[in-house]
Every structure is written in structure tokens, then in C-alpha cells.
Design a protein around this ligand. Structure first.
Ligand code: A2H
Length: 254
């Protein structure tokens, strides 16, 4: 990582239902989004779910254009300093939420193969980075792969968060990028190669993440979607801009 600020692409995952604590937002249906920050906008074809921290504190914040983003308070402040609100540094909070309120929430994720994905628990989310929401691409992100696999393998643990089999089992890894020597699901390849069993294998996960991230960018080739055949390095800015122009994403710096 260099010195200047980090650019994240914020992906707008549309909230499809408003149960429990979310009920007050139902009047804004269609404009309410879980808003994860990603470094890999070209991987959104491979989304299988979204992650939130069950213990995390989130809020629903209204932006100038009418979009309501469910994000951490810290990132809401950041958005308000980047032209997303009427007044610099001033957020418009509609509702306080916890990660627990978001568990099992159905979402429509842009570019995803699956029509509807679910919000699942991830205990390693840092509330001090991005928006505190992470979109999950298990084909290309080792963290996402082991975390989703753990929910499939330990249904009794998943149940503590209200997560049912139907929210995890149908969501198979989608091969979207080929990396020579790593196949078309590089995160699965690396997790198997390094024998990563849980998201507590921090050192091995960091190694898997560094390697797939670098290789994906330098030698990955898109194998899914309208940019299939292009290099990842070439497709990335194109896909990012397409999503921004379609109103499916926006930029955030920190
Ligand atoms: B990336 P950096 Cl396919 N806590 O998106 C933990 N992880 C977070 C986070 C948070 N608060 N906010 C974002 N992230 C994740 C896609 C992806 C990502 C792929 C491959 C690698 C990868 C799908 N998940 O990241 O420390 C998000 O996961 C590898 C580093 O700010 C985001 O991009 O540089 C990345 O970590 C941001 O990490």
C-alpha cells in the first residue's frame, strides 16, 4: 500500500425486506442498501452473500441523492466529508442498528449470479475499516471462502445468528477469474493448498490473501460476464466505471 488515501468501491446491495428493527425503513424500500467497501469491483459476479459483524454498531444514513446506506458510524462521517451529504461533515442518521439486526437479511447484489443473497455473520470484520460491511466473493477472497464454509459446516453455530441452511447451502462458489497455476477459484485453491481450516488461521490466511490478490491482478483473466477474456487489470477500471454509471456503486476514500 502506498501513501495517499485508499480508494474503495462501495457496492450497493439492495435490501429486499424490512423485518424487526428495520421496519421504519420500509417506506424507503428500493433505496435502502447495505454498502460494503471493496478493492475488487471486478469480482462482483462471484458474490454469494454479504457479511456484517453481529456485535457491530451500524446506522441507516440518508445521502443527498436519497439513497439510504447501512454502514458504520465512522464511515458515515467519512461519506459526509466526501460530498455525499448536504452539509460537510454532517450525517443524516435515520436509525441505529446492530449487526444482529442484519443477520439473514435478503439482498439484491449488483452483477451477482444469484438473484438474492443473504447477510451472514463474520467475526473478523474490523469496524475501523471501510464501512464495516463486507461483500463476499469466496472464489477470489480466502477470508470469504473459509467464513462461508464454516457456516455450511457448522449449522448449529450459524443458527445462533438466525442463519438457516437455505441462506448458505445453495450458494456455490462461482468461478469468475482464471489465474494460471491457480485455476478458476484461486481462493479455494490456496485454502486447500495451505490447509486453512478456519478464519482463526490468521497467518496462513494473510499469506493466501496476499498471493491471490497480487496474482489475480497481475495474471488473472476474466472468465465470466461481459468482459470475459479480458485481463483483470484491464477489466477492473471498466467494470468499476460501468457500475458507478449504472448507479450500482460509488467511490469512497480513507
Ligand atoms: B475485498 P484493506 Cl474478491 N473488515 O473485497 C475486514 N475486511 C474488510 C473490511 C472490514 N471492515 N472492509 C473491507 N474488507 C475486505 C472483495 C475481495 C477483497 C476479493 C479479494 C480480496 C479482497 C470481496 N470480499 O481484499 O485492508 C474487502 O474484501 C483483499 C485485501 O482495506 C476489501 O476488498 O486493504 C478488503 O478487505 C479491504 O482491505
Amino acid at each position: 500500500e502506498g501513501v495517499g488515501p485508499q480508494e474503495y468501491t462501495i457496492i450497493k446491495l439492495k435490501v429486499l425486506e424490512f423485518p424487526g428493527a428495520l421496519a421504519p425503513l420500509s417506506s424507503k424500500a428500493g433505496s435502502v442498501f447495505l454498502a460494503p467497501a471493496t478493492l475488487r469491483p471486478e469480482t462482483m459476479y462471484g458474490q454469494t452473500n454479504c457479511f456484517a459483524l453481529p456485535e457491530g454498531k451500524y446506522g441507516a444514513y440518508e445521502m443527498l441523492n436519497g439513497d439510504v446506506f447501512i454502514i458504520s458510524e465512522r464511515s458515515a462521517k467519512g461519506f459526509s466529508c466526501q460530498g455525499y451529504t448536504e452539509e460537510f461533515g454532517v450525517t443524516k442518521k435515520l436509525l441505529d442498528l446492530t449487526g444482529m439486526d442484519l443477520m439473514g437479511l435478503p439482498l439484491e447484489a449488483p452483477n451477482a449470479k444469484y438473484e438474492r443473497v443473504y447477510t451472514l455473520p463474520l467475526l473478523t470484520i474490523s469496524m475501523g475499516k471501510g464501512t464495516g460491511i463486507v461483500t463476499s466473493v469466496p472464489s477470489d477472497a480466502p477470508d470469504d471462502y473459509v467464513s462461508l464454509k464454516m457456516l455450511v459446516d457448522k449449522p448449529e453455530w450459524a443458527e445462533k445468528y438466525g442463519i438457516t441452511k437455505e441462506m448458505v447451502e445453495p450458494f456455490e462458489v462461482v468461478p469468475i477469474i482464471e489465474i494460471p497455476g491457480y485455476g478458476t477459484t484461486s481462493a479455494v485453491f490456496m485454502c486447500e493448498k495451505l490447509k486453512i481450516a478456519s478464519y482463526n488461521d490468521k497467518d496462513k490466511l494473510a499469506k493466501a490473501k496476499d498471493e491471490t490478490y497480487l496474482k489475480g491482478f497481475t495474471s488473472g483473466i476474466m472468465r465470466y460476464g461481459p468482459h470475459s477474456g479480458k485481463k483483470v487489470s484491464e477489466a477492473k477500471p471498466i467494470i468499476k466505471n460501468e457500475m458507478i454509471e449504472a448507479g450500482q456503486a460509488c467511490l469512497y476514500f480513507e
